[in-house]
Design a protein around this ligand. Sequence first.
Ligand SMILES: [Zn+2]
Length: 191
Amino acid sequence: MSSREQAVDAVRTLLAYLEDDTEREGLSNTPRRVIDSWDEIFSGYEGDAAAVLESTFNSEDYDGIVLLRDIEFNSTCEHHLQPFNGRAHVAYIPIKRIVGISKLARLVDLHARRLQNQERITKDVADDIEQHLSPLGAAVIIEARHGCMMCRGVRKQNAVMTTSAMRGVFFDKAEARTELMQLIRSTPLSN
Ligand SMILES: [Zn+2]
């Protein structure tokens, strides 16, 4: 692993690939700002799913779908270092334990704030819920637009990529998937 100073120097090298004068006012502190911003963009390397999902509550026999939908997220594609962002819908059906609902959003961020591809975020969030909550089923659907497709390559501005991971009853039963999709598509609360 590189040190922080090595990382700052590496960004300066990249800037020098584009411009001769990397010490001009607008650029002189850019390497440090880039690495500072990386601390936030890639904060998912700190922490782990077990810690996010550790405090659970008795489900008091609730046995329906728990869905947190429209979780906005920002991630970075590991192939081009371009941002991709969109929204995630995360659901599970508890057996005995439920988790604070904000933890589902934290779990998405934990995975999104790393070098990623969308498929891996989708799969890993579902696997974490299955492993740590032992639910009847878990489901993750992610819709995202990818900067590497918008700014370069095929240059499609509106293409949305959708991925899904279904575990347990959401994998086994079409009825469970149908109910989930109806909940995701139901009319949002008006303000
Ligand atoms: Zn990419």
